[in-house]
Design a protein around this ligand. Structure first.
Ligand SMILES: [Zn+2]
Length: 107
């Protein structure tokens, strides 16, 4: 595999930084002490968008047909991406877990 050129590495860095800016802005919304009605609408849509992203990663990082490796990473499944998602979603200290527990408790 060829080593990417310095210009391409700079472009990758800029893309990564741009994506981090968007994620940080989403995180800042959660840190606001008071939410306006517009902030609440934005947060609701943001939850949908974040679930869309996580679900998309799970769909993409599936096992190869007839195999045990990830179609994207080529790592043995569950690949590092799926392991990271599993760690966060199944953590009892996080809301993904608490929400499902609440549904089970309420029948
Ligand atoms: Zn993967």
């Amino acid at each position: 595999m060829d080593t990417p050129s310095p210009a391409l590495m700079d472009a990758f860095g800029l893309l990564r930084e741009d994506l981090y800016v968007h994620l940080e802005e989403a995180s800042y919304l959660a840190d606001d002490d008071e939410w306006s009605p517009e902030d609440m609408d934005r947060a609701r849509q943001l939850i949908r968008d974040l679930v869309f992203v996580v679900r998309g990663l799970l769909v993409e990082h599936r096992t190869q047909e007839g195999g045990h490796d990830c179609t994207i990473c080529s790592a043995p499944w569950p690949c590092p991406v799926v392991n990271t998602i599993h760690t966060v979603v199944k953590d009892p200290q996080r809301q993904f877990y608490a929400l499902v527990e609440r549904v089970h408790e309420n029948g």
